[in-house]
Structures are given as C-alpha cells and as structure tokens.
Ligand binder design. Structure first.
Ligand SMILES: *Cc1c(COP(=O)(O)O)cnc(C)c1O
Length: 734
C-alpha cells in the first residue's frame, strides 16, 4: 500500500534536522548518522573527506527535499534524529548522579589543540586527539564541561614530498562555512568580540562554537578586521611561527579563553590546563582578583584553588620556555595594569625564583598555580615527580604533588563502522540483552531496536568485552573472518592511497598497485608523529633479517608506516625519508609502504586493519601513547616497549612486550637492546603464533590473545573511564 507523501512541513523539519545534526560532532561517532550523509552523495562523501556540512552545501535543498520523499531514506533520517535528540536530552547520565554540581559550574578545559575528526584538522598529534576524546566522553557522561582552544584557519600542515622524499608542508584554508562550527554571537546577532592585551596592543578576537554532543568547545579566532595583519595571523596555524608567535598564541588561548567564558556568563568551578600551553589563564585569574582589590599574594593563593594541570611529556622540548625579554614584551600591558613587579611575575615560571637568567617555563607556572596535577600513566607520573622535584625541595620525591590518570580513547569514535555493526549484530542475537527487533516504519532495512545509545552503552561496558572470551558468544571463525575483512579494507585503502601518491613520483618503475601487499600476510603497522624518540626506523636496524621475514613464502610479513614530522624537525624528516627510500629502492619494496599525510582517518584504517601495532619509543619518553588503545576493539594486537600505557595494559597474554619493565641508562645501549628484543619478540612469539594454524586454517592461539586483549584492554583504556577518574579524583575535590 502506497504511503502518503510527506507534507512540506514534515520535510522542512527533516531538512532542518539534517542541518542541525551536521553541526554537532555527535554524527562522527554514530554510524547511522554518517551513512545518512554518505547516502546523499557517496562520491562527495569521499571527495569532501566525510564532511557532513559540506555535503549539505553540495546537495541542493531542492534535491534534498525530493530525496526525502523516498520512504526508506526519510525513515532513516527520522530515526537518527530521534536518537540524536534522545542523546542530547538524556537526564539519567553518569554525571547527573556523580557530579551534579558541575552542571551549573562546569570544568573549563583549555587545550592548544583538539582532534575531533578529519574534517577539522586543528590537532598536531596525540595531545589534541586526547583532548577531543576527553570532550566526547565528557559529553557521553553528561558532565558539565566546556572546552577552549584556537581556531587555526590553516590548521595543521598537510604533508607532501619532494623528489628526494623529503617532507614538505603545505596548508589549506579552512572555511568555517564548510565546517561543523558556528559563530558565537552577541545579543544583536553579530559576532561576539572580546580582546586581550598582547605586548603594547589590544588584540581582538571572536569565537567559533563546536558542538561535541552535549558539550561546547569554543575556538578563539584573532582574524578580526580591528587587528593589524600580524595579529590577525596569530591563529593561522597550529604551533606556527617562532617563539614570539608562540607566546602570543598562548596569551590569547589562556587569557582570551577566560575572557570569553566571562563574556558568555560561564563561571567554571575548575580550570583544567591540558599541557602548559594554556597556563597563562592563571595570570588572567590573578588579574581579575587584583582588579577586585586583592593583593598579588592573595590573588595567587586563591587562583591556585581553582586550577588543575595535566602534564603530557617528559621530553624537554615539550615544555615551553620563554626568555625574560620575550615575557617582558608580551606581557607589557598586563604588568602595567596589574602593577605586579616583573621579577615577581617571572618567579611564577621559574624553578629558582631568584635566578634572573632562568627563562619562564609554562609547565612551572602551571604547577605552581594548580591545586593538583597529574601525568598520563603510572610511569609518567613517577617520571614527572622526579622531573619537577626541585620545585618542591621540602618534600621527598614520592610526595611531589603530581599523580596520574592513564589516558584513554573515545571508543565509539574510534571503532570502525563495520566493526560497530558487527558487535551490534552480536548483541541483537543475544536474547538476554536485546528486546525483540522492531522494524522501523515499513522498512526492514533498519533493524534498530531500542535507541542507538542503548547499544552504544552496552558496547562500552566491561561486561560486553568480558564476553569476548566466551566462544558461545563469538566463535573463533567469526573473529578470524572479521580480521580478514578489516585487513582487506586497510590494504585496499592503502593501494588507493599509494596510487594517488605515485602520481607525483616520476622516477622508479611502476608497481601494479592492486597486487601490491599481500592479503594473507601478517601486517604490522606503525603510525604516529615522527618525533625521534619514537624511533620509527628501529626495526630496520636488522635490515637483512627483516627482508628475510618479508620474503618467507609460508609466513610472510609486511609493514605499513605513516606519520608526520614537525616542520622544523629535520631528524624526524630524515627518518621518514629513510623509510620511504627503503620502500622504493630496497629489497623491502612491495612489503613496506608509507602512506602520506597521516591523520585521523588513516589512523582509523590502520589500527583496525593491521594485525600488529608496533610501538618502540625510547623508554620512558612515551608518557602514555594512545594509538595502541585504538587497536583493541578491532582485534589488532600490540607489540610494544613497556612504556606509557602498555606497561599497565600488558598482562603477558594480551599482546606482546618488547624487552623488560626497565631500561638501561645509556641511550645507545637502549637502542641496541630494544632493536634486538624487537626482533626476538617478532620471530619467537608474534610470527609463530600468527601462523600456527589448525586443520581448519585458524590460528587458535592468536585468536585467544585477541579475545583476551579485547576483554582486558578495551574496558580499561578508554576516555569514559579516564574522564570519570578525573572527575572523582580531581574535578570534584576541593
Ligand atoms: C591516536 C593518534 C595519535 C597518537 O598516537 P600515539 O601512539 O600516542 O603517538 C596521533 N595522531 C593521530 C592522527 C592519532 O589518531
């Protein structure tokens, strides 16, 4: 029986809903929502790099209205919008029970970068990804939370290579009209404009709001006509420019962020500084108090009660330090207004307050002005207590007030679509979990049962992952089939990317891309920033041995690499050059590939499709690391140095360790030892286990490890656990 066509009003409602949905990043962690936009224009979905807002500009409103007369599509839209509204309006959240006081007075989370999705490339690496995942889980938990960052209109750089495989950088312009951001407006409907003092000047800025589910993140933008050009360019690029640009960006982030919150009438109960970049916010809080008549010392003491700090790295270069001259210049007007003597100000950022030559360290400022602080894994907590012991000379090192909360990932944001669908189907098959499937409308295509969030919640529960050890719930054959599907998806993605990359290469012989890489090979992935301490080329120290492994017809191994080096890091660029060179000219050709322009999308393909995720940092420099956590729910196993999170995650059975829970003092000795241990673990454990197949061709032992990894790692190393821990340990504590 034909249905009544939808009325114009009904269609308008759905069109508005699609527009509203595109401007809330919730759709990036809801599979069905993504499919809506993909279905509108599959080709644009690829070309526009999964950008829902841009798709809605691509498809005319007329077409959209016509398409909505297709019943399946309209049903799909309606169902997704219902789930979306249910999510936004849910009252019964974790935070409603455990942190209701934060609803009125939220946590303000400041971070110089946020990595949410490939369409908003304003993160340089793991720090930003973590901030994005923190915000998503804060939303899921219903936490009173607001994020502050900068709107970099050219984002982080795009990676390209010259004829010598040397990394070059280029930038693309981000157009807010095509992004999931909305301008923050004043009561007259114009952009809300605030200002901060930088050097001798007043610098104006506006803000863009990113809706991350239930929580807002505000991005400050100095590109205002009131400003001179060099101030307009302050928010051009992530960590762009020299230390002058850097300090000015940080003044804008820290002080500007507080001013924006005040202008919006938001009164945070706590200011969380994600890394030292944001620590100037403390100076703005001090200024406010002094303007209210309080003396400097009292203003400092009070500010300390409302700030909290997370340090993210033991690597020296990761801690911003500014010379006294630069501080004098950048904070000139601040000093004039507050009348704080320069040396008193400098003392806040010095380990030795009286040392006139010591530069101003943002980490020191953050530590001195926080009521508590933490590192991002147990080992990193310990390393940080040693690193900053000199700030607390009167306490033993164990009593240095830096604790730890181990990082996590936002599970649903990282779980690949097919995997999520796979787990959902498993859940619907289980009568003890699901109610009866009820077809939506007349369509059986969407078998959604209860609201999507019920499945989603189920999927983030420890109980769900515990069931992975039960062969009744899921068989070895099903897991192996899933692994094959994911590996193939990665290899086909990689071949497409390599074909595109190859178009720029004018030398060398042609590889038949569809035959490149082996669908049955043990596929080892490595992708992250090419900071040298991460030692990307470590495995190739055993070049001849590795070549032999890749050539083994019975037990083939292959490697996929990706990653960006910081534009000014020539050592990192040399590492990349070396690896691309090996992939093109050595005996590893065809068994080693490098995917260019690493980003969130590539990360998702790699952590899901690889069999093994390799991580070999120079211990203890990887404070936590998070990419290995993204592997877990996809059945990819970690092979890693016992540093950061893996030191806590590894239990002997849920993946593979390189070396021991210790490391030699000498860097050379460490590199030599780790390289040998890496090869040892690979040849004595990983490869034999992967290729040990039974009569049905199934690697039972391997799958046993996959099950165990899912049960032990996924429920632990996620941002839901992490944000709860922050809340209970730090956000609520007075
Ligand atoms: C997860 C992720 C990172 C962080 O990876 P690490 O293992 O912590 O170095 C960096 N970049 C992107 C794009 C990511 O997705």
């Amino acid at each position: 029986m034909a249905k009544q066509p939808l009325s114009a009003a009904e269609i308008t409602e759905l069109v508005n809903g699609l527009n509203r949905l595109a401007r809330n990043l919730w759709w990036t962690w809801d599979q069905e929502a993504q499919e809506l936009y993909q279905e509108l224009s599959p080709r644009s979905w690829q070309n526009l790099y999964h950008n829902a807002v841009a798709i809605l500009h691509e498809v005319s409103e007329y077409e959209l209205r016509v398409r909505l007369q297709e019943q399946d599509f309209a049903d799909h839209v309606r169902q997704v919008l219902r789930d979306f509204d249910d999510y936004l309006n849910e009252k019964d959240t974790w935070a409603a029970k455990h942190a209701p006081q934060l609803a009125e007075r939220p946590v303000a989370y400041f971070s110089a970068e946020f990595g949410f999705h490939e369409t908003l490339p304003i993160a340089a690496g793991g720090l930003g990804i973590l901030a994005g995942d923190h915000a998503k889980s804060a939303s899921d938990l219903g936490l009173g939370f607001v994020g502050i960052s900068l709107f970099y209109r050219e984002g982080y750089f795009q990676q390209a290579f010259d004829a010598n495989n040397w990394q070059t950088e280029y930038y693309t312009h981000l157009n807010p009209k095509n992004l999931p951001v909305e301008p923050v407006l004043n009561s007259k409907g114009e952009p809300l404009v605030c200002s901060v003092d930088i050097g001798m000047n007043q610098v104006f800025f506006q803000a863009w709001r990113v809706n991350v589910g239930r929580v807002p993140v505000f991005l400050l933008d100095a590109n205002r006509p009131e400003n001179e050009q060099h101030y307009r360019d302050l928010t051009q690029r992530v960590y762009g420019g020299d230390s002058t640009t850097r300090i000015m960006q940080e003044v804008l982030l820290g002080m500007g962020g507080v001013r924006l919150l005040r202008a919006l009438g938001i009164q945070p109960s706590l200011f969380h500084m994600n890394e030292g970049h944001a620590a100037f916010l403390t100076l703005e809080l001090i200024r406010e108090r002094m303007a209210a008549g309080k003396p400097f010392a009292k203003a400092v003491a009070e500010t300390k009660t409302e700030c909290f700090f997370t340090t993210h790295t033991p690597v020296e270069a990761g801690h911003d330090r500014f010379s006294p001259e630069l501080m004098d210049y950048a904070l000139h007007r601040f000093r004039v207004h507050t009348t704080v003597p320069f040396e008193d100000l400098m003392a806040l950022g010095r380990v030795k307050p009286d040392d006139k030559h010591e530069p101003f360290c943002m980490t020191v400022l953050a530590l001195k002005l926080s009521r508590a602080a933490n590192g991002v894994s147990e080992l990193h907590g310990r390393v940080s207590r040693h690193m900053w012991h000199s700030l607390y000379p009167n306490v033993p090192v164990e009593k240095v007030p830096i604790g730890h909360v181990t990082n996590g990932i936002h599970l649903l944001g990282w779980m690949k679509g097919p995997v999520r669908r796979f787990w959902r189907r498993k859940l619907t098959e289980q009568p003890q979990v699901a109610s009866e499937p009820v077809p939506v409308g007349d369509s059986t295509r969407f078998w959604r049962v209860r609201a999507a969030r019920d499945w989603d919640r189920e999927m983030s529960s420890p109980e769900f992952w515990q069931r992975m050890t039960d062969p009744e719930f899921i068989s070895d054959e099903e897991i192996w089939a899933l692994r094959y599907k994911l590996r193939r998806e990665l290899l086909e993605f990689t071949r497409r990317r390599l074909l595109l990359q190859h178009q720029r290469v004018t030398h060398g012989d042609f590889i038949a891309f569809d035959h490149l890489l082996n669908n049955d090979a043990l596929t080892i992935g490595f992708a992250r920033r090419f900071a040298t301490y991460k030692r990307a080329p470590l495995i190739f120290q055993q070049m001849e041995n590795i070549v032999r492994l890749t050539r083994d017809q019975a037990q083939p191994v292959q490697f996929i690499f990706a990653g960006k080096a910081h534009p000014r890091d020539d050592d990192g660029k040399r590492y990349i050059q070396h690896i691309i060179h090996l992939s093109q000219y050595s005996d590893l050709k065809g068994h080693l590939v490098f995917i260019e322009n690493y980003d969130v999308h590539i990360a998702r393909q790699m952590v899901s499709g690889c069999d093994v995720w390799l991580n070999n940092p120079r211990r203890p420099l990887e404070a936590s690391g998070t990419s290995g956590m993204k592997a877990g729910c996809h059945g990819c196993l970690n092979l890693s140095i016992l540093d950061g999170w893996w030191r806590e995650g590894y239990d002997g059975e849920n993946g593979f360790a390189i070396g021991e829970d210790a490391h030699p003092e000498s860097v050379e000795e460490q590199d030599r030892l780790d390289s040998a241990n890496l090869y040892k673990a690979l040849t004595e454990e990983v490869i034999p286990c992967f290729f040990n197949r039974d009569a049905q061709g199934i690697p039972r032992q391997w799958i046993q490890k996959v099950r165990h990894a899912m049960a032990t790692l996924v429920p632990q190393f996620n941002t839901e656990r992490m944000v709860r821990e922050y809340t209970e340990k730090y956000y609520l504590k007075k």
